[in-house]
Ligand binder design. Sequence first.
Ligand code: NAP
Ligand code: ZN
Length: 353
Amino acid sequence: MSKTNVRAYGTEAADAPLDAMTIARREPTSRDVEIAIQYCGVCHSDLHTARNDWGGTKYPAVPGHEIVGKVTGLGDDVRDLKVGDTVAVGCMVDSCGECENCKNDLEQYCVRGFTGTYNGKDKHLGGHTFGGYSEKVVEDRHFVLKVPENLDLAGTAPLLCAGITTWSPLRHWKVGKGSKVAVVGLGGLGHMAIKLAAALGAEVSLFSRSPGKKQDAHDLGAHDVIISTNEEEMKGAKSTFDVIIDTVPYEHDLTPYVNTLNVNGTLVLVGYLGNMDEMLNSVPMIMGRRSVAGSVIGGIAETQELLDFCGEHNITSEIEVIDMKEINDAYERMLKSDVRYRFVIDMASFKDN
Ligand code: NAP
Ligand code: ZN
């Protein structure tokens, strides 16, 4: 298959900084869309992957799965987009398309596994997929989203992961007017969860370790902020919430949060991937018919639904725009929870140097 070289930013090893490199992109097939990337959001998953936190990272690794840009080329079979359209790509670029989950718009739960935008299996060129820290991508039309015209483009990028990852459980657990929702952790995912739950009509609270984020949380739409390290405040929130969206990236004790669920309430883990060891006690689950669940990103139709909802409600992410070469510093700041509330790379900065 013919391919072209494009410039990208990635890493050769878990302990190496990200740097400029050249990667191959396929020439568009009849089903493909070629996109010049304008902005790419920086997700904590990018950092986990670059540093092999989850194991299984293939190098060189080029992260980035919050991609927005302009169509520059189209395969012959793609008739509902045109060159110049503003489009987006999120966390998935392929799935089997045949299993029940794919047929039901749940590509993220494809029984054969979805293909990640980065670190997935590249069935076209062999090897693995490379993400959005690059000049352009070529992706199957099915996995390309349309961006509402009124939205700020840089602020739209994080909707493609932070947005959909919190939107999907809010929708699945039927959050709306009258729901009491709490969000654990005010970062990229957490701030989108607050905005989206509030826009759906829920009363939203934040659990945070960071008292300094209180005012921001209120400005984003939270009614209440509970400092999770303060035992009295945690006790005061007992048996309150219908749904909790837990975005914390690292292992942590879940039981104090489960205690704040109302009867029949559900805590949805979206942040931490891994063993929980002694982090969950069954007693508060049994005594309150409470559930602990998990959720990964969202389907393609659901992602389009989110983008359209954000268009209607004029919702975008709170961002700090950075140059491509600032990415290593951005990772260090993300580890210190020092970002308000998503870094987004301006790809024009990459072309200039
Ligand atoms: P982020 O911007 O770094 O935000 C995480 C927040 O969690 C921090 O701002 C902090 O909030 C809190 N936190 C961080 N470390 C903590 C610790 N050790 N203990 C307690 N709280 C801590 O990260 P993100 O981009 O939102 O991503 C969050 C997680 O979701 C990552 O692990 C990422 O890989 C995962 N993720 C999952 C999916 C999915 O499909 N399920 C999709 C995307 C990302 P406070 O300062 O308010 O406490
Ligand atoms: Zn992500």
